[in-house]
Design a protein around this ligand. Structure first.
Ligand code: CTP
Length: 443
């Protein structure tokens, strides 16, 4: 321990900066981004930019000049790294889960996610649509997740946390009870090892199951001109009354500029980068999407993902697609490790203008069917890849997974009664959460 009079100017600066980072939320965020950038060797430019940002902000507030050495002392890897544990079912992964993982990561440095075992999920909530391996592979693809542990218990124990070297457990502000009606995090709360974040409103597995149940009812094709809409609240009534054929669902998941910014990578391709482009609906995410995106990203230096808007998907795929609206699909993609940026409402047919504007050097597409079986490419005008094909920059990627949204709908149809029951009981719980919730800041 040093005497106060022995403190050098550097020490004093260090302490000031320490205090500065601790007390300024935006600095915490910059420090965290800096760590992510440091861990990602691809991000040299971003690293320099963030270092500059720290220096400028420190200078503006404390009127001190901060050299990079001190900044890096603050952010040195020797500092204790806080390990956060989050767990859950994470069935049909969605923007609410991703926003939860993003917020959970804020409480520390390393995020470990436990995926509840299939058996425990059945006991606590009823069947999940995806098995533990599928759920785990989707969580693992999230850019805020560092480690995934499969087959964890629905009620975590202190022993498990200690075994994984966990400092804190994080969960949304929705209560979480096991089949005995006990708070699954009561032990962690007693030990002050529990952190709470804001549950994301307007999207949930239950909400998506409700939308899928409408589909599995076998309702007929619906055109995008059908203007009958269904809100989340009357979805529950429709399932209860068995009256599904009501038109597209209106999501209440909010797309604020701030939230979008929090999900974005804030980077553009560097000069000379090989820019790869892939497009699609990217409706309910499944392991097949992840494998294709991973492959596409590895084929260049920067991957843009074009996301078609709802009317385009509805026109080309018919039936009741898409299940998730464009904003929900965009957030899902931005949360993935394998996506550098997205093109929102991308054109169905890839144009020369799009290729030039984004400096695309390769267009790829998964081999899994993009169209309904009754849709056929009749002429060149019908082929969305005609331009990249002509330019010799088109390549097909062999899809390794044969999962599609239809496979999930089939799983649901096979166990329809169980899902209807689960949907009804979970919807009631969600309604209760919305009625009794108190305001919690999203971080
Ligand atoms: N979560 C969230 N916002 C949502 C849905 C889930 O913040 N809209 C959080 C939960 O609070 C939990 C984590 O995601 O911390 C995992 O949730 P999960 O176990 O999958 O179950 P639920 O909370 O029941 O989520 P869902 O209703 O979507 O199944």
């Amino acid at each position: 321990m040093q005497n106060i009079e022995e403190l050098t100017e550097d020490h004093i600066k260090f302490l000031k900066i320490f205090n500065f980072i601790k007390n300024h939320d935006n600095m915490k965020k910059i420090a965290e981004d800096l760590e992510t950038a440091e861990a990602n060797s691809k991000d040299d430019e971003n690293l320099v930019k963030l270092n500059e940002q720290i220096k400028t902000e420190a200078q503006a507030i404390y009127k001190i000049s901060l050299n990079t050495k001190i900044a890096s002392m603050m952010l040195s890897p020797q500092r204790k790294r806080i390990r956060i544990y989050m767990d859950g079912v994470f069935d049909i992964i969605h923007s609410g889960h991703f926003n939860a993982l993003r917020q959970g990561k804020r409480f520390g440095h390393t995020l470990i996610v436990g995926i509840n075992s299939d058996a425990d999920v059945v006991k606590a909530k009823g069947p999940s649509l995806m098995n533990v391996k599928e759920r785990g592979s989707l969580v693992e693809a999230c850019k805020w997740v560092d480690e995934v542990v499969l087959d964890t218990p629905y009620t975590p124990t202190i022993e498990l946390l200690d075994e994984l070297n966990i400092d804190y457990v994080a969960h949304g502000d929705d209560p979480c009870y096991n089949e005995l009606g006990e708070d699954v995090y009561s032990e962690m709360k007693k030990q002050n090892r529990f952190k709470m974040f804001k549950r994301t409103e307007g999207i949930s597995t239950t909400e998506i199951i409700g939308r899928l149940l409408m589909l599995s009812k076998g309702s007929t094709s619906r055109s995008s001109s059908d203007n009958k809409t269904m809100t989340s609240s009357n979805l529950l009534k429709a399932v209860a009354d068995d009256t599904f054929d009501k038109g597209p669902v209106v999501s209440s998941f909010l797309t604020t500029g701030w939230r979008l910014h929090e999900f974005c990578n804030n980077r553009v391709p560097k000069d000379g980068d090989k820019v790869v482009y892939i497009d699609g609906a990217f409706d309910i995410l499944h392991p097949g999407h992840i494998e294709t995106l991973k492959k596409a990203q590895s084929m260049g230096d920067f991957l843009y993902v074009g996301v078609h808007d709802d009317a385009t998907i509805n026109f080309h795929r018919g039936k009741n697609y898409p299940i998730l609206n464009m904003q929900e699909r965009v957030f899902n993609l931005l949360a993935l490790k394998y996506v550098d940026d997205v093109v929102i409402a991308a054109p169905w047919g890839i144009t020369e203008d799009l290729i030039k504007s984004l400096k695309i050097t390769l267009v790829v597409h998964g081999s899994e069917a993009k169209f309904d079986s009754d849709y056929q490419v009749k002429s060149e005008q019908d082929d969305p890849f005609a331009v990249p094909r002509k330019l010799g920059i088109f390549q097909q990627i062999e899809s390794v997974y044969d999962m599609t949204s239809e496979v999930l709908v089939k799983r649901l149809i096979d166990n329809r009664d169980k899902y209807v029951k689960k949907f009804q009981s979970k919807s009631e719980k969600e309604k209760n959460y919305y009625q009794t919730k108190e305001y919690v800041n999203e971080i």
